[in-house]
Structure formats: C-alpha cells, structure tokens
Design a protein around this ligand. Structure first.
Ligand code: FPP
Length: 233
C-alpha cells in the first residue's frame, strides 16, 4: 500500500547500506576498480540525498571495513582519498550540511590529521537531528569487543543489553530497521552485527554504482510489506 505522495506506508527510521559491487561495475567497463569507487561516491550522494528528502532519521553506509586494509595499497588509497575529498567538501559547506556526521569504527588507525578532521566534523554537525553514520575502519565484532572493553574500563561488573547498545558506535542512532546490500552477495560481512538483531534484510543484484533513488524506493516498498514481529506472534 502506498501513500498519496508515493512514499511507502511504513517508513524505516534507520537504514544501512552495504555498498557492494564497485569493482565488478568497473571491470565490466574495462576500467580499474578505483573507477568503480568514484562512481560509488556518486551513488552514495544520490542515495543520501534521497533518504534525506524522505525524512529518514538515520542512514548508515559501510565505506571501509577493518578487513579492507588487505586490498592493494592503490585501492585503499583511492577509497580513503575519495573519503578525504568528501570530508573536505562537508567542511566547506558545514552551515548547509543537514546531517549529524558520525564515524563508526576505530579512528586510531588513521593519522592525526584525518582523525582530527573526522572529530571536528562530528562536533560541528552534532546539533543536527538526522544522522549520517559512515562506517570507516569498521568491523562489527571489533565494535562489540570495543564496547565490552569500554564497559570494563567504566568499572561495570554486570552488563545489560542496554549498556552494550549504549557503548556501541551507534549509541545515538535509532534502532536499525533495514539493511540493504547491493552486488548480489547474501551475507552481512561483519556489519552492524549487534544492531542487525531485528533489522529486515534486503538484497539486490544491482551493483552499487547503479543503485539510486528508484532502487531505494523499491527497497522501502519491500520493507513496508514485511511483517515485523520482533520475536512475538
Ligand atoms: C565494495 O565494493 C565497496 C567498498 C569496499 C568501498 C566503498 C566505498 C565507496 C563507495 C567510497 C566511499 C566514500 C564515501 C564518500 C562514502 P567492492 O569493491 O568490494 O566491489 P566488488 O565486490 O565488485 O569487488
């Protein structure tokens, strides 16, 4: 069932994207993988804008995992370079930037300059209601281990699920409703492991650079047909 404005009947509050398929998209065009990532950023922008215009409260993108360091140096540099360009642009437009930027992941792997820049962007956008989480040097297992260590450092001897939720990188985000993975693989690849407990999963063969507002709408339409029981009947 669709509302008059064509937005789905049930909107998720928090959607996360596994942006897969950039390399294959480039290969199909006889181009290096970095070329696919460049177009991947274009898709990221279009999807983020679209989610923003639909009023989704929190949007999360898996940009670089703790395992992605194993890729060739040239590709790692290309992805981080694209990220640096995007961050520089956000800084320039900070007054009109509509999202609270939150970086999910272990920032200690980055040099002082990049880390300071990420932290400044988090501070300077903290007043916005809508959240953009960018997972960078992120791993779901790492996040849970890090959260446990934080709780131990706080002196906790008994931990509740709520304590753990609050110690994760996503502490300020609403509950995760939907994970969308492009590129045809049917797995979640160490992404938002704790948060995915009751999230709906949506997989599509579309390669990430070809993913855009129409594909987001298809995922949301499918989401609005899902019967979410959260373990109940
Ligand atoms: C997965 O596709 C994609 C990545 C590991 C990188 C995604 C990064 C970006 C789109 C750029 C991030 C920058 C911003 C500003 C968000 P793949 O390379 O594994 O594709 P394949 O499965 O076809 O090889």
């Amino acid at each position: 069932m669709q509302k008059a404005d064509n937005s789905p009947a049930v909107m998720p509050r928090h959607v996360a994207f596994i942006m897969d398929g950039n390399g294959r998209w480039a290969k199909k065009r006889g181009m290096p993988r970095e070329y696919g990532h460049r177009f991947g950023v274009k898709a990221f922008r279009a999807v983020l804008d679209h989610c923003g215009s639909l009023g989704i409260e929190a949007v999360t993108f898996y940009a670089f995992s703790t395992e992605n360091w194993k890729r060739p140096r040239r590709e790692v540099d290309a992805i981080l370079g694209l990220m640096d360009n995007y961050l520089a642009e956000c800084e320039k437009k900070i007054d009109e930037y509509a999202f609270r930027l939150v970086f999910l992941g272990d920032k200690s792997a980055f040099d002082d300059k990049r880390r300071a820049r990420m932290e400044a962007l988090e501070r300077n956008t903290a007043h916005h209601k809508r959240i953009l989480n960018i997972a960078l040097n992120y791993g779901g297992r790492d996040e849970i281990v890090n959260a446990c260590n934080r709780l131990i450092a706080m002196g906790k001897e008994h931990v509740t699920a709520q304590d753990l939720t609050q110690a994760l990188y996503t502490a300020d985000s609403p509950e995760l409703d939907l994970i969308v993975r492009t590129g045809g693989d049917l797995r979640i690849s160490n992404f938002l492991l704790w948060q995915a407990a009751y999230a709906e999963l949506y997989f599509t063969d579309v390669l990430w650079p070809d993913f855009g507002p129409a594909e987001v709408n298809a995922a949301l339409a499918e989401f609005s047909t899902r019967k979410r029981r959260f373990g109940g009947v």
